[in-house]
Design a protein around this ligand. Structure first.
Ligand SMILES: [Zn+2]
Length: 119
């Protein structure tokens, strides 16, 4: 006899996508092969695996610092004014990265709140 692995939506499992709307490990699918997120089969919202937000925050900060540094270096060291473009670019990227971080952090927190109740 073979044992079938059943999908248990109420059992907290960090390795499975967790839908923040349904607050369950709902069924999911990928809308397109290159999509970063899965789509929840119940609410059609975004669902993804809980990820620890801290490494993401550090990587984002380093990336932004690097962009500002590049801009600073180009403008003040190389006297190349085209480097100025790095500042708005850095801010723009920073905003995107921050939103990404914030939604991950929120997802991570609500997953853990839920996981505590469902252990
Ligand atoms: Zn859902």
């Amino acid at each position: 006899m073979t044992e079938v692995m059943h999908h248990v939506p109420r059992k907290p499992d960090k390795s499975k996508p967790w839908c923040p709307n349904c607050k369950l490990h709902t069924g999911y699918h990928r809308k397109s092969p290159d999509s970063e997120f899965y789509t929840c089969e119940i609410c059609e919202g975004k669902t993804w695996r809980p990820t620890l937000p801290i490494p993401l925050l550090i990587v984002s900060l380093l990336l932004i610092l690097f962009m500002f540094f590049m801009g600073y270096y180009a403008v003040f060291r190389l006297k190349d004014l085209r480097g100025v473009i790095m500042f708005p670019f850095g801010l723009f990227a920073g905003r995107g990265l921050y939103q990404n971080y914030a939604s991950n952090a929120k997802h991570w927190r609500s997953f853990h709140k839920w996981a505590k109740k469902n252990r």
